[in-house]
Design a protein around this ligand. Structure first.
Ligand SMILES: Cc1cc2nc3c(=O)[nH]c(=O)nc-3n(C[C@H](O)[C@H](O)[C@H](O)COP(=O)(O)OP(=O)(O)OC[C@H]3O[C@@H](n4cnc5c(N)ncnc54)[C@H](O)[C@@H]3O)c2cc1C
Ligand code: SF4
Length: 443
């Protein structure tokens, strides 16, 4: 008998006042009792709409049924048959826009908390003292190179290894995981979780070479010369965009990427690390997307007195930065903004913001963080013949990750520009499938 409660079981969280002063995870996860109770809200629909909303087609009602029975091991098996990073997805996927937005329980009341259940199952497995040994499939002798260890590269690697391929990931940073480790902050996605998922892949036999920048240490052509038969490029979109206004090179101006990388990867938030980072007072974050919110939350946790979000009509602030001002010491003292108002509707009915003449004003700040988007790094573009690129610098590839160059496949942010973890994973899966078909077609 299904549990017909209208609301989801709430997610236990750290108190807001306490969490503003630490980097520990905000959401604490379901207990086994809450997970079973939540799982019983699922109607086990014959035609599960939730599954159509998942880019990697997790068998949602099947795993939820196992949670309802208390068989968490079976639930884990079902999830990982299609998703190699469940503890990550359970934390950072926008489920409200994907699986949960399609759930029939959401029509009258709240959808089933699919993401929270996925996280519960993954954490249960991770915390288990005695884990079943991970099986490393026999090698089929074909070597595949993967550029980048973000969700696209890791998923592609895992799927190919399961098919028997001998897979090596080349990663520019000293730590693997892509944006999962250097972008998304610790309090939303603890780095130990990402490390554990990567260890699972390594136990399966995936090799990772860190500090290897493809295009510098070795080019894509050299990878082929070394005997790799196909290359998957999952190098992301890590190049920050700037405003191109006066004062952007002053001390105290960061791109969100730089700030988040210093904090995440170089552990600037810990007193026992000497990563150079200024203690913040008043911080202006320029941008209004997810990355801007992460940067604002990080600045707050680093002790900022005030964090201002400047930009974007999302906040109705309608202020656009025109210059950053500094003192004689070359350090930021303020950001100059111009007020905006909504202009006449264009042919699509959209009212674009226009600057109000003479309305400039200066917000006193000591730090400016620019979070207005990123694009793919040009290194691969500049060193690899035979690929084609979009105007925004993304590699042109079809849905299966097939590029203009034979044997080279691509997916994730490197193709689409900045998107989501699960879309990158979906692209990694599609790439693995295409590579398998390509190698088989050559035999
Ligand atoms: C701050 C922030 C917060 C985010 N929050 C969320 C969220 O909550 N939910 C969500 O779904 N998405 C979120 N995203 C977006 C999401 O993280 C990305 O869409 C996703 O990580 C893209 O995966 P990817 O594998 O394509 O690339 P990436 O994760 O960028 O990984 C690419 C990897 O390739 C490496 N690399 C690059 N060039 C080379 C080279 N030449 N040689 C070797 N290695 C190379 C990079 O070092 C990196 O490790 C967020 C992004 C940011 C920046
Ligand atoms: S749509 Fe909702 S209720 Fe139906 S199977 Fe999926 S999670 Fe369960």
């Amino acid at each position: 008998m299904a549990n017909m409660k209208m609301e989801k079981n709430p997610m236990p969280e750290q108190d807001p006042i306490v969490r503003a002063g630490n980097f520990d995870e905000v959401a604490l996860g379901y207990s086994a009792e809450a997970a079973i109770d939540e799982a019983k809200r699922c109607l086990n629909c014959r035609e599960p709409r939730c599954r159509t909303g998942c880019p990697v087609s997790v068998r949602i009602p099947e795993f939820i049924a196992k949670v309802a029975e208390g068989d968490f091991d079976a639930a884990y098996e079902i999830i990982t048959s299609t998703n190699s990073l469940p503890a990550v997805c359970g934390r950072v996927c926008p489920q409200e826009k994907q699986c949960e937005s399609k759930c029939v329980r959401g029509i009258k009341g709240e959808s089933v908390a699919i993401g929270r259940l996925e996280r519960f199952v993954a954490d249960y497995h991770m915390n288990k003292k005695k884990k079943a040994a991970v099986k490393a499939p026999e090698s089929n002798g074909h070597r595949i190179a993967i550029v980048g260890s973000g969700p696209a590269g890791l998923t592609c690697a895992g799927d190919l290894r399961k098919l028997g391929y001998d897979v090596t990931i080349f990663e520019a940073f000293h730590k693997s995981g892509g944006v999962l480790v250097y972008g998304i902050p610790q309090f939303r996605l603890p780095k130990e979780i990402v490390a554990a998922e990567i260890e699972n892949l390594q136990a399966m036999g995936v090799k990772i070479v860190n500090n290897a920048i493809v295009g510098k240490s070795e080019t894509v052509d050299e990878l082929f010369e070394d005997g790799f038969e196909a290359v998957f490029i999952g190098s992301g979109a890590g190049l920050p965009q700037f405003l191109h206004i006066p004062g952007e090179n002053l001390l105290g101006v960061y791109s969100a990427n730089e700030l988040l990388t210093r904090v995440n990867l170089m552990k600037a938030y810990r007193d026992d690390y000497d990563t150079p980072i200024k203690r913040f007072g008043r911080v202006a974050v320029v941008g209004a997307g997810n990355v801007a919110m992460d940067a604002a939350r990080v600045a707050k946790r680093l002790g900022a007195e005030h964090v201002f979000i400047c930009y974007g009509i999302e906040f109705n602030l309608l202020n656009n930065p025109v210059a950053i001002h500094g003192g004689e010491d070359g350090h930021v003292t303020g950001i100059e903004l111009v007020r905006q108002e909504l202009g006449e509707p264009d042919e699509k009915g959209r009212r674009k913001p226009v600057a109000v003449e003479g309305s400039n004003w200066i917000l006193d700040v000591d730090t400016v963080v620019i979070a207005i988007g990123t694009s793919p790094n040009p290194l691969i573009r500049n060193t690899t013949e035979g690929l084609t690129f979009t105007k925004k610098g993304g590699i042109v590839a079809d849905e299966g990750g097939v590029t203009a160059r034979e044997g080279v496949f691509a997916g994730g942010d490197a193709v689409t520009g900045s998107a989501t973890v699960i879309l990158a994973m979906g692209a990694g899966k599609a790439g693995a499938k295409s590579i398998d078909a390509y190698i088989k077609s050559k035999k």
